[in-house]
Design a protein around this ligand. Structure first.
Ligand code: UDX
Length: 447
């Protein structure tokens, strides 16, 4: 059993803390947000993440997991301190390092015995060294030593617990082999491959991995746009490409672009890091641009099929940036819905989980439906923005009967062309041929 303190009870800190407790460590999760800590103590989880609530409850009950606002005391009580505070995108696109630096200062002030300080937050290369300097400068007990380790996280929202419990690899970066060994040992119950490297390379792996995945998505979205113009089907193209083991089939699902708390932030941050380092990462800048443009593909399809949006009833199905989460950060719906409203459409939105979170982000004027059926009733068009299971498995014939017109625009390719055909929908998806297209639409399309 190791004594671990996790600073920051955001998504990463909370999931990591609960998983470390689950494998038998004593974990203190701390945060400066008092309301959040009060709620966590009562077992109220601030985010929607399948399985997290049960994990927190079980480990709190068996005294493996604690929550506190007393960051200093929590630091003093542990041997391993994880920094898992947010590094949001600043106005310039760079990672905002304010919270990491204040955590480092606090660690210095409360360093009462030798500790391993582990960076979990995604941070620009070189941050580990900066953290070392800040801790050193704020130490009250000059003779006490510490080691710095980088251990980036690769969890996906919606499947974070199983990702953590069965991680592909644990990346551990440190200049001290003993500190790296101890953090490796901490991960051994996760039955994972430990990859050890230096501090800077570990920090870089996180950015390189996320921006590479984002690149795959923008690449397939660009291919999808070409497929539409030349009459190919991106689903088959993607499957055919993915069968090559050098390419792999994952993250080749065309759609309306990536969102969420990591890819948008990390792509911008790495573009900044490379500019600062004197390298113009043109490829990455194009990935970002392709992703921004991809959201408007839906608007183009709506314009083409409906002629104009003024006075039209648009049912928006799915609001979260992806299924199984209520996270709205950089969700395509945040771009598409304001645009629909601006063009005079009446928007009826449905999301199985994220409506409350969406209300805080979206402008006034959206009607939030409590069921799929309610959102589509009387609609001119239904637009799928998030591929929740409920939306994937909805009975298209039933949905069509409830609508005024039979037009479905699927931004996530979650229905088959045959299904749409059989249900009698005019169906437009991303990078696949349209189904039951009306004559004027057919003439205006590019193929
Ligand atoms: C991602 C990384 O996967 C994870 O390793 C990292 O730690 C955090 O960022 P997450 O943001 O939770 O995780 O979601 P992910 O499942 O990776 O999807 C990210 C975005 O890409 C979503 O908007 C999703 O809709 C989109 N996506 C994903 C696609 O458009 N196509 C795909 O093929 C895969």
């Amino acid at each position: 059993m190791k004594k671990i303190t996790v600073i920051g009870t955001g998504y990463v800190g909370l999931v990591s803390g609960a998983c470390f407790a689950e494998i038998g460590n004593r974990v203190i999760c701390c945060d400066v947000d008092e309301q959040k800590i009060i709620k966590l103590r009562r077992g109220e989880i601030p985010i929607y993440e399948p399985g997290l609530s049960e994990l927190v409850e079980r480990n709190t009950k068996r005294d493996q997991l604690y929550f506190t606002t007393e960051v200093g005391e929590a630091i003093e009580a542990s041997d391993i301190i994880y920094i898992a505070v947010g590094t949001p995108m600043s106005e310039t696109g760079e990672a905002d390092m304010r919270y990491v630096m204040s955590a480092a200062k606090k660690i210095g002030e409360h360093l009462n015995s030798h500790k391993i300080i582990v960076g979990k937050s995604t941070v620009p290369v070189g941050t580990g060294e900066l953290v070392r300097e800040v801790i050193q400068a704020n130490k009250k007990l000059p003779w006490v030593g510490f080691d710095i380790v980088s251990n980036p996280e690769f969890l996906r929202e919606g499947s974070a617990i199983s990702d953590c419990m069965n991680m592909d690899r644990a990346v551990i970066g440190s200049d001290n082999p003993e500190a790296a060994r101890l953090i490796g040992e901490l991960h051994s119950p996760f039955n994972t491959r430990i990859f050890t490297t230096d501090l800077e390379s570990a920090e870089m792996i996180k950015y390189a991995a996320n921006t590479f995945l984002a690149t795959k998505i923008s690449f397939i979205n660009a291919i999808a746009n070409i497929c539409e113009r030349v009459g190919a089907n991106v689903a088959d193209v993607s499957e055919g490409m993915g069968l090559d083991s050098r390419i792999g089939s994952k993250f080749l699902q065309a759609g309306i672009g990536y969102g969420g708390s990591c890819f948008p932030k990390d792509t911008y941050a790495l573009a900044h890091i490379s500019d600062k380092a004197g390298y113009d990462f043109e490829l990455l800048k194009s990935v970002i641009k392709t992703n921004q443009r991809q959201r408007y593909v839906i608007m183009d399809k709506l314009r083409e099929t409906l002629g104009g949006l003024a006075g039209k009833h648009v049912a928006v199905l799915g609001l979260a940036f992806k299924p199984n989460t209520d996270d709205m950060r950089y969700a395509p719906s945040l771009t598409i819905i304001p645009e629909l409203l601006k063009q005079g459409a009446s928007v009826y939105a449905y999301d199985p989980i994220a409506s409350e979170a969406a209300k805080r982000e979206l402008p006034e004027g959206v009607t939030y439906s409590t069921s799929l059926d309610q959102a589509v009733a009387g609609a001119d068009v239904a637009v799928i923005l998030t591929e929740w299971d409920e939306i994937r498995s909805m009975d298209l014939s039933n949905i069509r009967k409830l609508m005024k017109r039979s037009i479905l625009i699927d931004g996530r390719n979650c229905h088959s062309l045959q299904e749409a055909q059989e249900a009698g929908f005019e169906y437009h998806s991303i990078g696949r041929p349209p189904v039951n297209m009306s004559e004027p639409d057919r003439q205006s399309a590019n193929f």
